[in-house]
Design a protein around this ligand. Sequence first.
Ligand code: FAQ
Length: 323
Amino acid sequence: MVVAVTAAEETREFEEHFDRTIAREQRIEPRDWMPGGYRKTLIRQISQHAHSEIIGMQPEGEWITRAPSLRRKAILLAKVQDEAGHGLYLYSAAETLGADRDELTDMLIDGRQKYSSIFNYPTPTFADVGVIGWLVDGAAICNQVPLCRSSYGPYARAMIRICKEESFHQRQGYELLMTMTRGTTAQRAMVQDAVDRWWWPSLMMFGPPDDASPNSARSMAWKIKRHSNDELRQRFVDMTVPQAEALGVRLPDPDLRWNDERGHHDFGRPDWDELKRVISGDGPCNAERIAVRRAAHEDGAWVREAAAAHAAKQAERARGAVA
Ligand code: FAQ
């Protein structure tokens, strides 16, 4: 006897299989069935993450030609190249979900998709390069190590390599700051000034507070995100305070102190209105960052056209060889 399975029953079976896979801490892979919302959330988060890496090349990239020694120039060049690589792994992960890379780039440059708020702040001194390595890569590591256990396979695997490189980036920033803080009074002042400017924006990288984070609950239930924004922010503060002490710099927060009862540091409230302004396009460097990205995309059009023409020619030749 043939039993007819309705479309609704089939979808329910797929859903149950998906839920079981998530509950067992197994990975969802590109060809597996997944709910539309899961796919959409992943494309949103992964593409924003990719855009952040690519836009994130700009603040430090400005210092490549002005780095104070050949050694610092080589280190910085390698770091910025790594960031380009991270962007590419992440765009590839988004493509496994059916996203189109050209369309994602268009959405970035015409403002329909976001990138991290942190890259909309200027880098007026070389100490900013060290502080970005220490604080921005430090925050990125706190946020991204748990993403190595994200439920979507291609994202989790991309994050493993990215995190290894981010750890190296963080150490180079810390090493640069150790050198500067052991230098002249002017160099120490330059480091303190950079810390004063980057501390609060670094805390904002983790996103809005949990009670104002519309995506967190769903993303955590799907195990895309493994911890809430506030949990990760707290982890970052606890990790960074002893590092600041070792460097001899002051973190610009009068409310920052150890709380014995909680076993964590208490800290002040970031300016959430500033985060909203920067996310919505009104930060100190938003217009400049997008203009530079748009110009690079337009200047690179001939390379993309040449690569596509070459690939078409190769495919044609291969077809001729088979025929
Ligand atoms: N900036 O509901 P939630 C790096 C948006 S890479 C801009 O909490 P969610 C490496 C959010 O998208 C840094 N937008 O959202 C490097 C959402 O908008 P939507 C990037 C932000 O997704 C180092 C809305 O606000 N890292 O640093 C920000 O659950 C040095 C509501 O927020 C990643 O992308 C923000 N700070 O949590 C490179 C990591 N915060 O999309 C160069 C992966 C929130 O609904 C140099 N992403 N928004 O319109 C994540 O972990 C999450 O997406 C969060 C946000 C935690 C960023």
